[in-house]
Design a protein around this ligand. Structure first.
Ligand code: FAD
Length: 257
């Protein structure tokens, strides 16, 4: 079964073609040439992407069994946040305004500073069975997952923290409102991608309808009708400029397909 997805509307950065995406409705492995997508909040999809697959909505679920929280890989962050609030669970506050599906968040080890999705993770369920957190290599914005996250379990500790929500909201005050895929680059060790972009004069730099935001330089924003080619031109030229000036290789956080 496939689903037609128009990435110009589906993706958060509002770029990409309309393609048929394979729907995975049971715990199978991905055909070799395929790439997996979640909510497309961290993606830049080219006009000619590889074949794509996504989880079917049967993996959009959330439930507590024996004091353990089970969440399906296709469950959106907003739904998880509401559930955690309703059931007074701690550890999910970071999902406020962090768009994505559970699978995408685990694969990216999404989070804000030291608040990361892995902090309260117990295990993931892939087509190869259950894998405990301890067996998954992970770190700042990455997790080496061999397979597809169909489901994950989390600790069920009480204490949803409203104060954290207020703090996270403040931390997001300097995020641009235009469509983006979140941070364009990972922060290099001991540095900030946004600062480096600004220092080489790319804050506010525009190519066509794509721009490194004036509000936060590490956000590549779509001003309306921006294209994949314009995005790639900005990404390549800022990487070159930062390397030339500082000898630092910026690494994309956004995933280019
Ligand atoms: C406005 C805005 C703010 C953001 N703020 C933050 C932030 O504060 N912190 C942060 O970390 N991120 C942030 N992001 C980026 C994004 O929200 C996260 O990366 C999120 O985890 C993406 O989830 P997704 O479902 O959209 O995944 P996608 O973007 O669709 O995919 C991302 C990666 O996950 C993989 N993937 C998707 N589903 C699965 C699965 N079921 N199993 C295995 N792999 C899978 C894909 O193959 C791909 O490699 C922001 C994005 C936007 C637009």
């Amino acid at each position: 079964m496939t689903k037609s997805i128009n990435f110009a509307t589906y993706s958060s950065i509002k770029i990409g073609p309309k393609v048929d995406v394979l729907l995975l409705d049971n715990l199978t492995s991905l055909p070799k040439e395929y790439r997996l997508i979640g909510g497309a909040n961290n993606l830049l999809v080219s006009p000619t992407p590889p074949p794509l697959a996504m989880l079917d909505k049967c993996f959009d679920f959330i439930a507590i069994h024996d004091d353990i929280l089970h969440i399906g890989g296709a469950t959106p962050s907003g739904k998880i946040l509401s559930f955690a609030k309703k059931h007074n669970l701690l550890g999910f506050e970071l999902m406020q305004k962090l768009p994505g599906t559970l699978g995408g968040m685990v694969a990216m080890n999404a989070g804000l500073k030291e608040w990361e999705i892995f902090n309260h993770l117990l295990a993931i369920r892939t087509e190869n069975g259950w894998i405990p957190k301890e067996a998954i290599e992970h770190g700042y914005r990455f997790a080496h997952i061999h397979g597809i996250v169909y489901e994950a379990t989390f600790t069920c500790k009480s204490g949803f923290d409203e104060n954290l929500l207020v703090m996270f909201k403040k931390m997001r005050d300097n995020q641009p409102k235009e469509p983006s895929a979140g941070s364009c680059f990972k922060n290099p060790v001991g540095n900030y991608a946004g600062k480096l972009i600004e220092e080489v004069g790319f804050k506010g730099k525009r190519v066509g309808n794509m721009m490194f935001s004036n509000v936060h330089a590490n956000f590549l924003v779509n001003l309306g009708g921006g294209t994949y080619e314009e995005a790639i031109e900005l990404i390549s030229s800022v990487k070159e400029a930062v390397f030339k000036r500082f000898g630092i290789r910026l690494e994309e956080e956004i995933i280019i397909l």
